[in-house]
Design a protein around this ligand. Structure first.
Ligand code: MN
Ligand code: MN
Length: 281
């Protein structure tokens, strides 16, 4: 008999056998507008039983891969630095055991912990960042660790030309001005995905999806909705086109299930996660 514990659908491998380790990082303490992303991973697990394990897009199913769902990390709410240390240590162990870490946020700051673990193990790491927001502030209200600064902290680690942003449509003037000479930013859409994939194809790649990149008409379940976003289908096509890259980790963040009482946003996050797991496993 095994433990009767809920996992993401189709992710029932043991840790030892697994090639992929899925986990939740339920942290939302720096949310500047509406909190609630700490509930994303548990909502995604329970709602995942509403979707199929099979992807008609990729003609493969989750059971075709060895994926372990390790549940949620125990994170000390209110202490962002220790939260990031915990995530980095967990991802580091997963990397060192030859497995692929896959994180369900949480607010977007959690990505910094996962990228730190990848960057210290993979030289010349590139980051593909899908988001409505630049997340490039040097600090936010005096705090260097925030969902609004996360990609700037990633830049501190990686330097110029390593971060590719897509779907961006919100930020402070200084962020957009700073971005021009430090990161590659595509405004509003994700049409440059092929040329970015070509530029990144010789390097290890980390992919982070802030779900608010999707238009809030389709995906209202997020803390900082921003009109004028991409469609689910455009995002899915872009992510599937990255399939051949050397992907060393990825995450989806910023689902806040309670802001969408219809449940559609959570179901959409489940579907996107299924597709990414199948594509990158
Ligand atoms: Mn973000
Ligand atoms: Mn965002």
């Amino acid at each position: 008999m095994g433990p009767n514990v809920q996992t993401f659908i189709g992710c029932e491998s043991s840790y030892d056998e697994a090639d992929v380790v899925l986990f939740g990082a339920p942290f939302d303490s720096t949310a500047s507008y509406r909190p609630g992303t700490r509930f994303a991973s548990s909502a995604i697990r329970s709602e995942s039983f509403g979707i199929e394990t099979y992807s008609p897009y990729q003609r493969a199913a989750l059971e075709d891969f060895k994926i372990f769902d390790g549940g949620d990390l125990d994170l000390p709410f209110g202490n962002a630095a220790r939260v990031l240390d915990t995530i980095e240590a967990f991802c580091g162990k997963v990397h060192d055991e030859g497995k692929l870490p896959v994180m369900i946020g949480g607010e977007h700051l959690v990505t910094f912990g996962a990228v730190r673990a990848a960057a210290s193990r993979y030289q010349d790491l590139r980051v593909m960042h899908f988001d409505a927001h630049c997340d490039l502030r040097r600090d936010y209200m005096g705090e260097s660790l925030s969902h609004a600064t996360v990609m700037r902290r990633v830049w501190d680690l990686l330097g110029d030309g390593r971060i590719y942003q897509f779907g961006i449509r919100s930020g402070a003037r200084e962020e957009f001005e700073w971005a021009v000479s430090h990161v590659r930013t595509e405004l509003y859409t994700i049409r440059s995905i092929d040329s970015c994939a070509e530029a990144a194809c010789r390097y290890p790649v980390y992919i982070t999806v802030d779900m608010d990149v999707i238009d809030p008409a389709e995906f209202p379940g997020t803390g900082t909705p921003e009109a004028g976003g991409v469609s689910f289908k455009d995002l899915l096509d872009a992510l599937l086109s990255l399939k051949g890259l050397d992907i060393v980790g990825f995450d989806i963040c910023e689902l806040a299930p309670h802001y969408d009482s219809s449940g559609v946003s959570t179901a959409m996050a489940c579907k996107l996660l299924r597709e990414m797991l199948i594509a990158y496993s």
